[in-house]
Design a protein around this ligand. Structure first.
Ligand code: GYE
Length: 305
């Protein structure tokens, strides 16, 4: 495409595009639901999707985007695994005349700018997700509350922001304490192992806040292995809202889940078409997310992915 004066490449109006989707990994239901939503919508509209899976490697994702640039795709959807190392390839794409739309994870705003280096970020407000979890806890916990936090992938925007949102609220409540905070890489088994170690080191812990469902589900196993009752002796809090976790809210082993909707396909391709038609976008297009409580989880199961 032609490069506009302010930096963003123009996208020709066409019926169908050949568009890249650089996925970060495929090891959990959230990622699979996101990929399916992108593939379904591409198929529905007749677009060709050039799909890559970085399999949890930031270096591979950088190479994947470079390969899409070399293949001269019309546009690139990118879910950046980490918020800093992907910034250079976003700029490289723009220089090559290929517009980038960030999906679900963001790039450090100090390193790349919406409206200059990429079109927009479509996704959830991760700071708000963390705040919502903390607010539920502050409202529902009784007495002294000692928290273990399982962080997402180090250097990813959801891990940074889910921590910030949660910790900021907790810090304002003196009877609430975060005893330990460590990464579980958004993965079930790592989450289980880290939770096991942290539960042993912190016997007074009575809350585990996991940055995603997978780690929360791993933590539930760790709590049981420690001879305690998840959801009763130890409150379990999570973000994502996949079916398995929502079912665990119904069963009582997870206490509260804030949804993070992975169904990006319709919004992604609508934004692409709108961009080609000359529509202007804000730096962030924020998805509206619901939550799952012990009161509404059963009714909500049907809408969980
Ligand atoms: O919460 C997690 C996934 O980037 C918002 O990454 C996404 C997160 C999601 O692997 O389950």
């Amino acid at each position: 495409g032609t490069v506009l004066a302010q930096g963003l490449p123009k996208l020709a109006v066409k019926k169908t595009y050949r568009v890249g989707f650089a996925q970060t990994e495929s090891n959990n239901p959230w990622r699979l639901a996101q990929t399916k939503s992108m593939q379904d919508e591409a198929r529905r509209l007749g677009h060709q999707l050039v799909y890559t899976d970085a399999a949890g490697s930031t270096a591979k994702q950088v190479a994947d985007v470079r390969s899409m640039i070399a293949q001269k795709v019309d546009a690139i959807f990118l879910s950046p695994r980490e918020d800093k190392p992907l910034a250079p390839v976003v700029k490289e794409a723009a220089k090559a005349g290929i517009p980038v739309i960030l999906l679900d994870r963001n790039i450090d705003p100090a390193l790349a700018k919406a409206g200059t280096d990429y079109v927009t970020f479509i996704g959830s407000d991760f700071v708000q997700e963390g705040q919502r979890v903390a607010n539920w806890l502050v409202k529902n916990a009784k007495g002294k509350t000692n928290i273990i936090e399982l962080e997402g992938t180090t250097g990813s925007s959801p891990a940074n922001d889910r921590k910030k949102g949660f910790d900021d609220v907790i810090r304002k409540n003196p009877q609430f304490k975060i005893l330990a905070s460590q990464t579980g890489n958004f993965a079930r088994d790592t989450g289980r192992q880290v939770a096991e170690t942290l539960l042993q080191a912190n016997p007074t812990a009575n809350v585990i806040y996991a940055h995603n469902d997978e780690m929360a589900i791993g933590a539930v196993s760790a709590i049981r292995a420690a001879g305690k009752r998840p959801g009763v002796d130890i409150i379990v809090l999570s973000i994502d809202g996949g079916k398995e976790a929502v079912q665990m809210v119904v069963d009582g082993s997870i206490n509260y889940v804030v949804e993070c909707n992975p169904r990006f396909g319709p919004a992604a391709f609508k934004t692409l078409a709108g961009y080609a038609a000359g529509q202007k976008y804000p730096a962030k297009v924020i998805n509206a997310d619901r939550d799952y409580t012990p009161q509404n989880a059963k009714a909500g199961l049907a809408s969980a992915y």
